[in-house]
Design a protein around this ligand. Structure first.
Ligand SMILES: [Zn+2]
Length: 132
């Protein structure tokens, strides 16, 4: 009986794993000292279940996990259940380290990426070059 329950749990677990179709890239439009914890607090204040992005890349190029990729995001209306959300900390001045880290992460995830919208992320991010 216990074995059957364990089997069912394993099956349910694999059904939860998401079938991502792409990545949406954002910028935080906040100071460069913004952290995952800060965004988490800020998104909770909006009434969401904490941070809506799956990954956050700091200005030093370090990659930080936000919401689990097992869960639907809260970052781009209409694409939250199909796209992983990556947020670059900063306004329009995204650092070379961030671009380098973003390229690496996109390659690891193996999914095509797209902008959130015309102004997000800022003009310093060439999305086309990330899909090559
Ligand atoms: Zn955005």
């Amino acid at each position: 009986m216990l074995l059957i329950i364990l089997l069912l749990l394993t099956m349910a677990g694999s059904a939860i794993a998401r079938d991502w179709r792409g990545i949406v890239v954002h910028h935080s439009a906040s100071p460069d000292w913004t952290t995952v914890e800060g965004i988490n607090r800020w998104h909770k204040e909006r009434g969401w279940h904490g941070i809506g992005y799956h990954y956050v890349i700091y200005t030093d190029g370090s990659v930080h996990e936000g919401r689990s990729t097992d869960k639907v995001g809260a970052h781009a209306k209409g694409r939250n259940s199909t796209h992983i959300g990556i947020c670059l900390v900063g306004y329009n001045e995204i650092t070379d380290e961030q671009i380098k880290a973003l390229k690496k992460l996109v390659k690891e995830l193996g999914l095509p990426c797209e902008r959130h919208h015309e102004e997000c992320p800022g003009s310093g991010v060439d999305i086309e070059s990330l899909n090559k």
